[in-house]
Design a binder for this molecule. Structure first.
Ligand SMILES: NC(=O)c1ccc[n+]([C@@H]2O[C@H](COP(=O)([O-])OP(=O)(O)OC[C@H]3O[C@@H](n4cnc5c(N)ncnc54)[C@H](O)[C@@H]3O)[C@@H](O)[C@H]2O)c1
Length: 328
């Protein structure tokens, strides 16, 4: 609905126009505002009802069979497990890793199990290499439907013991590489208005943890840029169909987390990488915007924000769970 011109409105109030027309315009604007508010309230409560229903119903999962899924850090840990599991459900998996040997082993394992996989050595720190490799992917494979920004490192010690080199490297791999990869693959997705990006954040992207100050910074950054990109895509195209999924795993048994500490090991035990990979794939296929592993941690984080910091610290001290320095 077009709204009456504001300057005409002002003119009429200033006595330069017809006073009755000005009053009509004011009434019209108020009616429009009331309609806008009513529509907003209806849509607001409908979307809340929709989300509540989704909690109690199983969400459909998109079909990835025959589609290309690119995973960084596919040579080990969750990246490797995701590669195996995506291939097992029929996806053609493209494995990127800086480690040629372990990456080749993942490809071999997939092929031996009857799946389709392609391996490429890529140090995701090198922007030029990513751009060149993305061009090759386009030529050799065509459209890449799912891109999983998984490769990451986690030096773990007090901030004053972090060297400049390892801190910069952590930001290069855990954050900046995601930007270069998204910039390389997003234009094709925008053109087709389809595709998914998955980004590995961490529970260290939900809560601040000792010994992980720079790492937490990288994982909060992942959370921030994914949220911002989702809004950018939505505002650019209200019918946007490109899905962004941010994953917040708790401690996974891949060896990345060298010295985990728990007071209640039965409550906070390490999660198997196979289970974590299955959970990530499910979240991507369901088109979830965010998912923690275990799933309820994102809700715990939202509730924790309502609790005063002092009270929250009492709970943290009681649970006494975290990661000790990797220098012992
Ligand atoms: N393991 C955990 O407890 C845990 C918890 C939360 C989040 N995460 C995140 O999940 C992701 C995967 O973790 P993981 O435990 O499976 O890791 P991992 O150490 O088992 O495997 C990481 C893989 O990334 C590759 N890699 C490292 N640097 C690279 C580079 N510069 N270029 C290309 N590949 C590179 C490694 O060679 C390795 O194959 C990481 O982003 C990590 O921060 C892990």
């Amino acid at each position: 609905m077009s709204r009456p011109n504001q300057s005409n409105n002002n003119n009429s109030r200033n006595g330069n126009g017809n006073g009755a027309v000005g009053q009509n315009n004011d009434v019209y604007n108020i009616v429009l505002l009331i309609v806008d508010i009513v529509v907003l309230l209806i849509k607001f409560w409908l979307s809340i009802a929709e989300e509540i229903i989704k909690v109690f119903t199983s969400r459909p999962q998109s079909d990835v069979s025959g589609q290309f899924v690119l995973i960084t850090g596919a040579g080990h840990g969750m990246g490797k497990e995701m590669a195996l599991q995506y291939a097992a459900i029929g996806a053609k998996v493209i494995c990127w890793d800086v480690n040629e040997q372990t990456n080749a082993q993942t490809v071999k394992d997939i092929k031996q199990a009857g799946g389709t996989a392609y391996g490429y050595v890529c140090n995701v720190v090198k922007r030029e290499d990513i751009i060149e490799l993305a061009g090759r992917m386009r030529k050799e494979h065509g459209f890449i439907s799912v891109v999983v920004n998984n490769a990451g490192i986690m030096p773990c010690h007090p901030l004053l013991e972090h060297t400049e080199q390892e801190t910069r490297l952590m930001y290069d791999i855990n954050v900046l590489a995601h930007f270069w990869i998204i910039q390389a693959f997003l234009p094709d997705m925008i053109e087709r208005n389809e595709g998914s990006f998955v980004a590995l954040s961490s529970c260290a992207g939900l809560f601040g943890l000792p010994n992980l100050v720079p790492y937490c910074g990288t994982k909060f950054a992942v959370r921030g840029y994914m949220a911002a990109l989702a809004e950018e895509l939505r505002q650019k195209n209200p019918q946007n169909n490109i899905k962004l999924t941010t994953i917040y795993p708790y401690m996974i048994d891949t060896g990345l987390c060298k010295n985990p500490r728990y007071r209640f090991p039965n409550l906070f035990k390490l999660i198997a990488p196979q289970a974590a990979a299955a959970s990530i794939i499910e979240a991507q296929r369901q088109g979830l915007e965010e998912a923690s592993i275990p799933r309820h941690y994102v809700t715990v984080e939202k509730l924790a924000r309502l609790i005063p910091k002092k009270a929250l610290r009492l709970i943290n001290d009681f649970l006494d769970t975290g990661v000790d320095t990797d220098k012992i």
